[in-house]
Ligand binder design. Structure first.
Ligand code: PGA
Length: 239
């Protein structure tokens, strides 16, 4: 079974910084003699930039011969059609997008996303052949699962992301302790029966291994913004 290290760039970076990130990542991985991690069947390294940077990122990865997977940071809850500003599955076809983060706590908090919208996103992403990474916190863990249904959630990755642990969410965010995470991971496994359960919230190159011991991977925000730092995390990860 695969483990996942997923970089969520959030609303950061421009066109130029995108290729600098790729170069920095490659150089550091080489420096750390960890290039074999890229071809390991046990590890999937995924990057989620904003929509306009998907194609420049894909090109830069191709130029540097790096086989990282691509994810979107969201997925429309509407199908193709007259939904100005929305990005449905049809817009992503042919771009080699493997995953879509859905229901991130920032989307729920700042964009008013509901469990119902997230459930619709999951179903539409799966229909488009893209694997959803469903982000959940404890207060809506069960309500969200009920709306999605096991038939669909079993085809997804589920990321447990406690809001208080997200580095940019509060001034003193603290990564969750293993003691808190373990029972939630067990609950997610029972209720969602997902392909993998991952953890997100203040993960960095120094603490990544403690989370990989009890989950199938990590979703990383702040510590992935430097290609070099993200490469250190990949190099340090004991798979
Ligand atoms: P963080 O963000 O790593 O900066 O805490 C994680 C996330 O929001 O997915």
């Amino acid at each position: 079974m695969s483990q996942y290290i997923i970089a969520n760039w959030k609303a950061n970076k421009d066109y130029h910084q995108t290729s600098l990130w790729v170069k920095g990542f490659k150089q550091q991985l080489k420096f750390r003699k960890a290039e074999q991690k890229l071809t390991s069947s046990q590890l999937q390294i995924v990057v989620a930039p904003s929509y306009p940077l998907l194609w420049p990122l894909s090109n830069a990865l191709h130029r540097e011969k790096l086989q990282l997977k691509l994810a979107t940071q969201d997925f429309s809850h509407q199908p193709a059609g007259s939904f100005t500003g929305s990005v449905p599955g049809i817009n992503l076809q042919g771009l080699a997008i493997s995953f879509a983060i859905v229901g991130h706590s920032e989307r729920r908090r700042f964009f008013g996303e509901t469990d119902k919208m997230v459930a619709a996103k999951v179903k539409l992403a799966l229909k488009a052949g893209i694997t959803p990474i469903i982000c959940i916190d404890q207060d809506y863990l069960e309500s969200q699962a009920n709306l999605i249904g096991k038939q669909f959630s079993s085809q997804c990755l589920v990321a447990y992301e406690p809001w208080t642990a997200i580095s940019t969410a509060t001034n003193n965010a603290q990564s969750a302790t293993l003691k808190t995470i373990k029972p939630v991971v067990a609950k997610i496994k029972t209720i969602y029966q997902p392909k993998a359960v991952i953890y997100g919230g203040s993960v960095n190159e120094n603490n990544v291994n403690q989370y990989l011991k009890i989950t199938d991977g990590c979703l990383v925000g702040g510590a992935c913004l430097s290609g070099k730092q993200f490469a250190d995390m990949v190099a340090n990860a004991q798979i």
